[in-house]
Design a binder for this molecule. Sequence first.
Ligand SMILES: [Zn+2]
Length: 173
Amino acid sequence: MEDRQLSGEFKWSMLGDLNLGREHLGAEMPVLVYRLFQYTMRAVLAREYGTEEMIRLFRKSGELAGEEFAENILDLTLSREAFFAELQEKLKELQIGILRFEEFDEENGHAVLTVGEDLDCSGLPVSGECVCNYDEGFISGILGKYFKRPYEAVEVDCWARGDRVCRFEANKR
Ligand SMILES: [Zn+2]
């Protein structure tokens, strides 16, 4: 018998069978719902643990998501260019955002990438802060899985800071 206790561990299979469970409503739902979930979660975590800890937890969750996404959705055996192209395609297909690699340094692995129409922040009121901490982790997790060494992505431009795209700088840790 399967262990029915919630263990706190993530498994891709936890995402369930959407064809079975959402026969009439389908696999999609409005961005509004996703943002409502994300920004209420941010608010409660910040209230309970402080802003810094909330950001750390969002980055960590994003990183786990990125690692799992890379393993379950992406082909990690592709050449670097083909992998970047596949990633770009998947993020568009899943309506996460429009990804562009602006820079990639073969020698030290430094990458600069932008995400347009970002799921998390595009259209947000300008608060002066970079808010895409989940994306920072997500990108870190994906690059870390592909390059087989820890990566750290930091958002330097964000819609919420008044920019038109989110821009991330990623480096090997
Ligand atoms: Zn952003």
